[in-house]
Design a protein around this ligand. Structure first.
Ligand SMILES: [Mn+2]
Length: 430
């Protein structure tokens, strides 16, 4: 990394204060795992190779439809956002890519690329936005975009998505995520079939514009902003879309976009089995699309999702390379701290899933030993893998305790002085 936002000597000094305790914890965990014939070095190496993209919109303070309470030193534009994203990666070494949202982050692609290169950051999936209007656009998305009854509005929405691909191609992205707010608020307002036909035709036009090595992710969501029906409302519809469009299309699973109590890990398994799992928007949820921090409410569910991913990894499923992205809205925390913590929680779930004794689990499943099958998962989940996560961070140049190191660095106070408060800013509720 040629430029850093957190001085290396601060990271080194903070690590020094924790080194002895960490070394002791790592050794103790290694001995414990060895008793189960697990080599801690193998797990640490795999964790160090697991990465998740941060969303550019996640480093600004989010809000609700009631209010937004800005934080200090909020990023004013995409270049400030990239600085904040760099801080997260410098401390966690788990987030080397950023997912952009257009038009929120629209600027000269050459400058974007140069800034990313300077910070050692790459660009993950591009996100289009046809759920709000820009001041200069000809046709409004009030009544829909890709599925709108008006052909000119649909064409405008298609054109916007193609522009996202062009910007992405110029900065090294390889995927486009399409989430749209199209739906209806009243029974009878829209003809479900005609609306979905129009949507599929628009998506086919976008698909045609994809470069050969690109992927197209469609993201389903049960409700909101439309409250009676949504065009891409669930994983079944999402699967139909991916299957209809072709091999470059697959499904994005946002953990918050399901009905309460939905068995998300089972959806993940189904999509893997039929080759249509494109990737994730990680977050957590209590009631709806809450966009809470990953692992903050239901860490066991996050683990169970990773249990399916690791199962697929070990089975060597062909073409299995889901995109890992975070999609959260931070209303009451410093967004940088939330994203640091979330990246760690995602890696934690991965590490725990790596510890599952898969041969034993299969044996219990074949013997119909439900209790021991469950216990096999729980045993892995109960293991405190923090020392593995810390070791992976430290070896890559990151912090043993990234949130404490971030606070010690004084970064937020520094940027608060450099970035005068601005009104507005983009929310983070996709
Ligand atoms: Mn999302």
């Amino acid at each position: 990394m040629s430029e850093t936002r957190i001085a290396a000597d601060i990271v080194a000094a903070e690590n020094e204060t924790r080194e002895a305790a960490h070394r002791s914890d790592y050794q103790a965990l290694g001995e414990k795992l060895a008793r189960s014939h697990i080599d801690i070095e193998t797990i640490t190496a795999k964790v160090a190779e697991f990465f998740v993209a941060v969303p550019s919109w996640g480093v600004g303070t989010g809000g609700t439809r009631f209010a937004r309470f800005p934080g200090k030193g909020e990023p004013r534009h995409i270049f400030d956002k990239l600085d904040d994203c760099s801080v997260i990666n410098e401390l966690t070494r788990a987030t080397p890519t950023v997912s952009l949202h257009i038009p929120w982050d629209k600027t000269d692609p050459k400058e974007l690329k140069a800034k990313g290169d300077a910070l050692g950051l790459g660009f993950d999936a591009m996100n289009s936005n046809t759920f709000s209007d820009t001041p200069d656009q000809a046709n409004s998305y009030k009544y829909g975009s890709l599925s709108h009854v008006d052909a000119a509005t649909r064409a405008q929405a298609v054109e916007h998505n193609i522009e996202c691909i062009e910007i992405g191609a110029a900065i090294g992205s390889k995927a486009l995520t399409v989430w749209l707010g199209d739906g209806s608020n009243f029974p009878g307002q829209s003809n479900f079939t005609r609306q979905f036909e129009r949507y599929l035709a628009s998506m086919a036009d976008i698909y045609k514009a994809l470069p050969d090595d690109w992927r197209l992710f469609s993201e389903h969501k049960m409700y909101e902003p439309a409250f009676y029906s949504t065009v891409v409302q669930d994983w079944g519809t999402n699967f139909l879309i991916a299957q209809t469009l072709g091999p470059k299309a697959s499904c994005l699973v946002d953990l918050g976009h399901h009905a309460p109590n939905t068995n998300i890990e089972m959806i993940v398994a189904r999509l893997i089995q039929f080759g249509k799992l494109g990737g994730f928007h990680f977050n957590d949820s209590k009631y709806g699309d809450d966009d809470l921090d990953a692992g903050s409410v239901e860490p066991y569910r996050l683990f169970l999702v990773f249990n399916e991913l690791v199962d697929a990894e070990y089975r060597g499923v062909q073409g299995f390379h889901p995109a890992h992205m975070i999609d959260q809205s931070h209303n009451v925390t410093d967004p940088i701290e939330s994203l640091i913590s979330s990246a760690n929680e995602i890696r934690r779930a991965y590490a725990q899933a790596l510890l599952v004794d898969r041969a034993a689990l299969e044996g219990y499943q074949n013997d119909n030993d439900a209790l021991m099958a469950s216990e096999t998962l729980k045993r892995a989940y109960r293991t405190d893998v923090e020392a593995i996560l810390a070791e992976a961070r430290k070896r890559a140049g990151g912090a043993i305790d990234p949130v404490a190191t971030y606070r010690a660095s004084g970064y937020r106070a520094r940027v608060a002085g450099e970035r005068p408060a601005v009104k507005g800013g983009s929310g983070g509720i996709v």
